[in-house]
Design a protein around this ligand. Sequence first.
Ligand SMILES: O=C(O)[C@H]1O[C@H](OP(=O)(O)OP(=O)(O)OC[C@H]2O[C@@H](n3ccc(=O)[nH]c3=O)[C@H](O)[C@@H]2O)[C@H](O)[C@@H](O)[C@H]1O
Length: 435
Amino acid sequence: MSQMKHIDNIPSTPGKYKIEKSPYNRLRLQFSLSKIIFWSLVFVGLIFVFFYRSPNSVSNVSSDLSRRSLRTSSYGGPVWEKKIKSSAKIRSKNGICVLVTGAAGFVGTHVSAALKRRGDGVVGLDNFNDYYDPSLKRARQELLERSGVYIVEGDINDVALLKKLFEVVAFTHVMHLAAQAGVRYAMENPGSYVHSNIAGLVNVLEVCKSVNPQPAIVWASSSSVYGLNTKVPFSERDRTDQPASLYAATKKAGEEIAHTYNHIYGLSITGLRFFTVYGPWGRPDMAYFFFTRDILKGKSIPIFEAANHGTVARDFTYIDDIVKGCVGALDTAKKSTGSGGKKKGPAQLRVFNLGNTSPVPVSDLVSILEKLLKVKAKRLVMKLPRNGDVQFTHANISSAHKELGYKPTTDLQTGLKKFVRWYLSYYGNGKKSAQ
Ligand SMILES: O=C(O)[C@H]1O[C@H](OP(=O)(O)OP(=O)(O)OC[C@H]2O[C@@H](n3ccc(=O)[nH]c3=O)[C@H](O)[C@@H]2O)[C@H](O)[C@@H](O)[C@H]1O
């Protein structure tokens, strides 16, 4: 209020504001100028020290990103284009042509394989960073290559590469799954979330809005957007303005960014809120995966528990169910309406929960693993850390059921059996172990 008064005291027409020219005033002016310069230098110095010393500072983002070995891709040339065109070839009637970002990732690999199997054209894009063991990503790549899916090695922040891909192939759809995943890692490397989940998403949308014809976009949001929401089961209409982690906040930001690109450019965009997806070829940073590894090694596993011995539970969703949801979203996506970077009419904007509708306590997940692995786990019950984890998730999937025909059919017991079978065969019956 007092500041307001101060501003009000200054005449609105600057020319009418008479500055007295006494030597005392000049001296005072010089003195305050040098004071301003002095404090500005101190301020700049402080910023400098902060950015170069703080472990999580933005200046460290580049080193963190390079630690995740983002390669600058070399691309182009007739051989490269031929591979892409062959991978993009549609082999079924009414097939679609999809660019899958994050194709060497867990969900990306399964979705790419499913699309290829039914005769769609599929081209993958992945930067093969080392957030987790890149050899697993390479193995997924081999799997996809054997089924005819080529993965371009490059980053979603490489706009020139994205543009080039659209020059070579007129993709009808983009399945945007490339992201920095993981709830807890966001405290270690916040910059990587901004880089992939915000800057990367914007780059993908920028390119999609400017190509002709614009593709329809389906992308991975997350159940974590519900954050501290306590109303269960989580419905798409519930509030999502209380994220509990930076990961969740970047996914929520992504949903708002999607709204903007839909509104301004007429891009057809569908966001899918995945609920703790698990299964064969999964992510080693996820609990079910490293619990399996550590139970087999005889290492103790930390099991989180909420205040007053409260149960921590997740709506674990099996990968094959998620793939059906992704394909359903692609198949029901309407065309984007814009062209030449301009909106021509209203376009489709959707968001769906893809969960299993039956939350399971983490301790029950461990019991299932014990039975499947025939090894007793060394349980270390710990307080739920305050670093992004929420106590439970539970999806209401009626909207996805109605619009996408989504109907999950795999319970945790059945899904984990398939995961354990894969784990033991991939890591040689546990002799070789996941990193
Ligand atoms: O749905 C999502 O959108 C997210 O799902 C996944 O996050 P989460 O549901 O947190 O999965 P995950 O880490 O496997 O922990 C599973 C359970 O084990 C508990 N947990 C975890 C670690 C541990 O040491 N102990 C423990 O009890 C933990 O408290 C939790 O209850 C994806 O990783 C994320 O990328 C995002 O996609």
